[in-house]
Design a protein around this ligand. Structure first.
Ligand code: ADP
Ligand code: ZN
Length: 662
């Protein structure tokens, strides 16, 4: 009699044992999917082990085997196991993240195919490396050749030639017929980067992203699996691609928060990349102009190898950055609510010279809140603990947490007063002010409101590229990787939106964002100018960003983190409890915090306390924060504890290890 341990996608950490019918004995392998009876249902499970002996009697039998060849390798099973342990979810849930959607329903069967030996492609536009690139490549090649696990942090200002370093390292791997994975923050926002890989490596590149529809995605998946595509370029989940003979993993813009998945399993693709490289003796390159505090700290400690590229290609200087103190603008009455006088003058100049500008504001909508002048009442969401944002195009007040909307009131619903005023600004407002002050300027807006349809990113960027528009207004969507040589002005309408976030990474995010948007200016011969408007002109995140001085920023920020015992000096685990009943969530949170103190015993346990947005969609939210220096161990204990607890009725518990914001 043969047996199989099978895991199923349920939030319970358990492998279930089934017997294998005689007829299927020859075909059962680890990594294949099977149909199994589970309670009253029939579900898809993954075979994770084939034990020789079991002591349970009366086992149910596997109904059928779905795959002709294993769909998940033992390497990826192990990686998923690590993800489940570190990020505190079940193995089944983690495996589920590894398998692409089209295979999950258990319909498509995968055949294995002999690997195709490919000739190395002709690399036409390979460049001669500069001295700095050459030095970086030498170190990287020696690690690649040794087949050794190591992590490089490639810190280089924008246009210092990082992407070229990635491509040469990939070529080096191709020659040995080994595979590379390149992670980029978001495919739709980095079309130019993806294009560069495709034009250099042609058919060797498979692009994986959520925009691909089922069959196309499956096709790319098969090309990767069969070794036809040796290079995978993709967002977060591409780290689980079933590549053959992995040798190199590149994480471009390693500091990007979009590498963190917000649903179970709440993994960080950069950390998974490093783990996968460790399991496969591969080399990792983390590339960025603004390293995360975590990565730079590790590099300085010698855990990662630091490579710095300090010179820009093509002798293009970094753009000059001007900080505008909006308090003084207000005082001098130059203030026209959205554009300061210097920003207005620069926009005029851009229009007159037929150049291009990007205006950045990390907030969508028109006005950010509306407020009664007589009683002070602020319009809030009925379901969330949030303030409603006015959207001009829809003529509605909208909740940015649940999308609930309502007509804006003419009189105050509370005191019946008739003076309701609109405050704050979002991208819609910036665009409307542009029309008002610069009727001759042609502008467009790029934010989540204007890019809901598939392909709309490309459309807007296409119009900008062809100069159909000369001013592009946008949220952080326009901050990334875009290279438009005609952009001579970048205006940050307000640096304060990010700076004022209630989050310990607010300064880091502000520095990153400002550095990135500033990098959009002056990529052509005409040079560039950056104008940052702020009410906090002396804040170090802003002053250091204006000087393009990462080192100075790091020094200030790391001492603050150390003082408050925040990452990278500790790891944070956040436990969020949600319930429709406020008393219930408070009671369960308090009980859980007590149990955690006894059984997980990390360095510090904070809370329970209401979350920053304490109610979303009528669910009350409370947090417990653990700080730990031994995160693997704390995760392990937490996972054991949570699976041993009885599930509290009416309360859900979500764990986020190394959350993006706290
Ligand atoms: P980054 O990724 O750091 O922004 P890139 O790799 O995109 O920098 O390089 C910036 C520009 O310089 C690109 O147009 C690239 O083709 C060019 N470039 C990079 N390396 C070289 C080189 N060694 N010789 C000539 N041009 C180069
Ligand atoms: Zn709401």
């Amino acid at each position: 009699m043969k047996y199989a341990s099978v895991v199923i996608r349920i939030p319970i950490e358990k492998a279930f044992t089934y017997s294998v019918p005689k007829s299927a004995e020859g075909a059962i392998y680890i990594g294949k999917r099977v149909w199994v009876p589970f309670g009253q249902r029939r579900v898809v499970g993954y075979v994770v082990d084939l034990p020789d002996k079991v002591d349970v009697k009366g086992l149910k039998s596997i109904e059928s085997i779905i795959d002709e060849a294993p769909i998940i390798s033992e390497e990826l099973l192990r990686l998923a196991r690590w993800v489940s342990n570190y990020y505190v979810c079940s193995w089944g849930e983690a495996i589920d993240a590894v398998i692409p959607g089209v295979l999950k329903k258990g319909k498509t069967s995968i055949r294995s195919k002999a690997a195709v030996k490919k000739k190395a492609p002709k690399i036409s536009d390979k460049l001669e490396p500069t001295a700095q690139q050459g030095k970086a490549l030498k170190a990287i090649y020696s690690s690649l050749d040794a087949g050794q696990f190591s992590v490089f942090l490639l810190h280089g200002i924008t246009a210092s030639g990082k992407t070229e370093v990635y491509m040469q390292a990939i070529s080096h791997m191709l020659k040995e017929n080994k595979s590379s994975i390149v992670l980029v923050p978001e495919i739709s926002l980095t079309p130019q980067t993806v294009e560069r890989f495709k034009s250099r490596f042609g058919d060797n590149v498979a692009v994986m992203h959520s925009g691909l529809v089922g069959s196309k995605r499956f096709h790319e998946y098969k090309r990767i699996r069969d070794g036809e595509a040796r290079i995978v370029v993709g967002a977060r989940s591409a780290i689980f691609s079933p590549v053959k003979d992995l040798g190199l993993v590149i994480v471009d813009e390693e500091h990007e928060t979009s590498y963190k998945q917000e649903n179970v399993p709440r993994y960080h693709a950069r950390e998974v990349a490093i783990k996968r490289a460790e399991l496969t003796h591969s080399t990792v390159i983390l590339g960025t102009a603004t390293p995360s505090l975590e990565s730079y700290h590790k590099a300085l400690k010698g855990e990662y190898r630091l490579i710095e590229l300090t010179e820009r290609m093509k002798d293009i200087d970094l753009p000059k950055v001007k900080i505008i103190d909006m308090r003084r603008e207000l005082y001098k009455r130059h203030y026209a609510t959205v554009f300061s006088r210097p920003l207005r003058e620069s926009i005029e100049r851009v229009i007159a010279r037929k150049q291009q500008a990007m205006l950045f504001l990390n907030r969508r909508g028109f006005s950010t809140f509306i407020n009664c002048k007589s009683c002070g009442n602020v319009e809030r969401c009925k379901r969330c603990d949030s303030v409603l944002v006015y959207h001009y195009s829809k003529k509605k007040l909208i909740c940015h947490y649940c999308n609930w909307s309502v007509d804006p009131p003419n009189i105050c619903p509370k005191c019946r007063g008739s003076y309701v005023k609109y405050f704050g600004m979002g991208t819609e407002r910036v665009e409307s002010e542009l029309h008002r002050y610069f009727p001759e300027g042609r502008s467009d807006r790029m934010d989540t409101d204007t890019t809901r349809k598939r392909g709309s990113h490309d459309k807007i960027l296409g119009r900008f590229k062809r100069h159909n528009i000369n001013i592009l207004v946008g949220t952080q969507m326009i901050a990334k990787g875009l290279d438009f040589p005609k952009v001579t002005l970048v205006g940050v309408v307000s640096a304060d939106t990010t700076l004022n976030l209630p989050d310990f990474r607010a300064s880091e995010r502000t520095f990153n964002l400002l550095t990135q948007v500033a990098g959009r200016a002056g990529r052509g011969k005409e040079g560039g100018e950056v104008i940052i408007q702020t009410y906090a002109p002396e804040h170090y995140a802003i002053t250091t960003a204006s000087k393009h001085d990462y080192g100075a920023f790091y020094k200030r920020e790391i001492s603050y983190r150390k003082e408050l015992n925040l990452p990278p000096f500790t790891n944070i685990i956040r436990i969020t409890l949600k319930s429709r009943k406020a008393e219930r969530v408070i009671k369960v949170s308090k009980d859980l915090a007590g149990t955690l103190k006894k059984r997980v015993g990390s360095d510090e346990i904070l809370g329970p306390a209401p979350a920053v947005i304490s109610k979303i969609r009528n669910q009350y939210r409370w947090n417990i924060i653990l700080k730990t220096k031994e995160s693997e161990e704390s995760s392990r204990r937490l996972k054991t504890l949570l699976s041993s607890l009885r599930k509290p009725s009416g309360v859900s518990i979500a764990v986020d290890v190394d959350p993006i914001s706290v």
